[in-house]
Design a protein around this ligand. Structure first.
Ligand code: ATP
Ligand code: MG
Length: 396
């Protein structure tokens, strides 16, 4: 079954490392996803060769994380991450190993990985190396820490968030001892950088089982130690599943009565994500008083409207909602989608009035935009001219 694992270039990388006398295997998420029958991407390779040795085997490499043992090999235009077998020792700060040590044994490398399902390795010939019963856990659909869970979370507290994230994405349960260790060590999540938390949260929002995972964040008390999180996950769970991370961040904002700015700052969202949240906040304010208006359909993107409606419906379960399909139709039927769609521009106004440019041009363009959007006047240059000249002459 496994003879086809990996892309042709990634198989070539393993092959060439072996030919040079080193061990090399596929590891990590791609092996796990393959066993779950999912399409895998990012074929990570682990090897006994040191980074320097890896660089000698291939002609085109990029140093992406030499200190951590990772070299990017470019083969047939494909970038493939090759990481030297390593161990990590004494995490005094709960977030970064004090020392990364390169080793020659695969076993030691697999031992430092977070969960049994992520500690599987696959050889080029299709042999699975399963030192921690990862296959059994995959079959039982459970997430189990490699070794002693509390120790592993103590080393790197992000692993607790990763456990919850994997449970959201895979729909798996967290094994009893692993879950208990999360409950007991939740507070140490404060040591983790927000950038790393955000990467996991972005994946969590997109998970099929995000509702349960979000409740778990509250129940394990991880929520109390995250940058910002509501202490009640009911609204978050009700809005799940989320189809985009932005939907998730929006729900987090509203469930916790936070502002877009607060969430953006706490989780270091991009400006784009922050704008999305501000728009959802504004759209929800409008939605509280009525169904979306033409102006809402015009101003907000469909994604913003969908995120807003989802939350509105969760807040008002007994009131009639708007179907997403209807929202799309409403938006598609607008006469214009932006100012750029208007068939006249400022120059036309100056020509029709023989006036020079000035603030009045922008003001009148806005009136025209409103008239066309609200079908007071069709989007046709002759009709707009007629309407405009008439209004212009009759202004005070
Ligand atoms: P995804 O499919 O979402 O990328 P993944 O399992 O590949 O999931 P990555 O973050 O890409 O997750 O990490 C690759 C591998 O590195 C993991 O499968 C795991 O073996 C190991 N790993 C990643 N982060 C940690 C961590 N914080 N502690 C221990 N091992 C980790
Ligand atoms: Mg990965």
């Amino acid at each position: 079954m496994t003879s086809e694992f990996g892309t042709a270039p990634s198989r070539k990388v393993v092959c060439q490392l072996e030919d040079a006398g080193y061990e090399a295997v596929f590891v990590g998420g791609a092996v796990r996803d393959h066993l779950l029958g999912k399409e895998a991407s990012d074929f990570d390779i682990a090897t006994s060769a040191t980074p320097e040795e890896v660089k000698q085997v291939f002609t085109h490499t990029i140093d992406v994380g030499l200190a951590h043992g990772t070299v990017l090999v470019i083969l047939d235009d494909e970038p493939i991450e090759v990481t030297t077998y390593r161990t990590e020792s004494t995490y005094t700060d709960h977030r970064r190993p004090d020392e990364v040590k390169f080793v020659r044994s695969l076993k030691e490398d697999l031992q430092r990985r977070d969960f049994t399902m992520n500690a599987l390795a696959l050889t080029l010939t299709g042999d699975l190396i399963d030192l921690f019963d990862g296959i059994k856990d995959l079959q039982n659909r459970q997430i189990r820490a490699v070794g002693n869970a509390a120790d592993r979370f103590h080393e790197d507290a992000l692993r607790m968030i990763r456990a919850v994230r994997f449970s959201a994405v895979l729909g798996f349960a967290i094994e009893e001892h692993t879950l208990q260790a999360i409950e007991e060590n939740a507070a140490s999540v404060v040591h983790v950088s927000v950038e790393r938390i955000k990467v996991e949260m972005d994946k969590l929002w997109n998970g099929v089982d995000s509702g349960k995972a979000l409740a778990m964040i509250v129940n394990t008390r991880l929520a109390e130690h995250l940058p910002l999180f509501p202490d009640d996950a009911r609204l978050l769970s009700k809005c799940a599943p989320y189809s985009t991370a932005e939907q998730g961040w929006s729900a987090l904002m509203l469930a916790g009565h936070f502002s877009a700015g607060e969430i953006a700052k706490a989780y270091k969202l991009s400006n784009r994500e922050k704008d999305f949240l501000s728009n959802v906040q504004d759209a929800l304010d409008n939605r509280q008083s009525s169904r979306f208006t033409v102006d809402d359909y015009y101003r907000f993107t469909l994604d913003v409207l969908i995120a807003t409606e989802k939350i509105w419906q969760a807040l008002h379960p007994s009131e009639p909602g708007i179907h997403f399909e209807e929202m799309k139709q409403m938006q598609d039927s607008l006469p214009i989608r932006s100012k750029a769609d208007l068939l006249v521009d400022g120059k036309d106004l100056m020509e029709w009035t023989s006036q020079r440019g000035g603030r009045w041009v922008g003001e009148w363009m806005q009136k025209i935009e409103y008239a066309v959007l609200h079908q007071i006047c069709p989007n046709d240059s002759e009709k707009i001219k007629e309407w405009f000249l008439n209004e212009y002459e009759h202004q005070e």
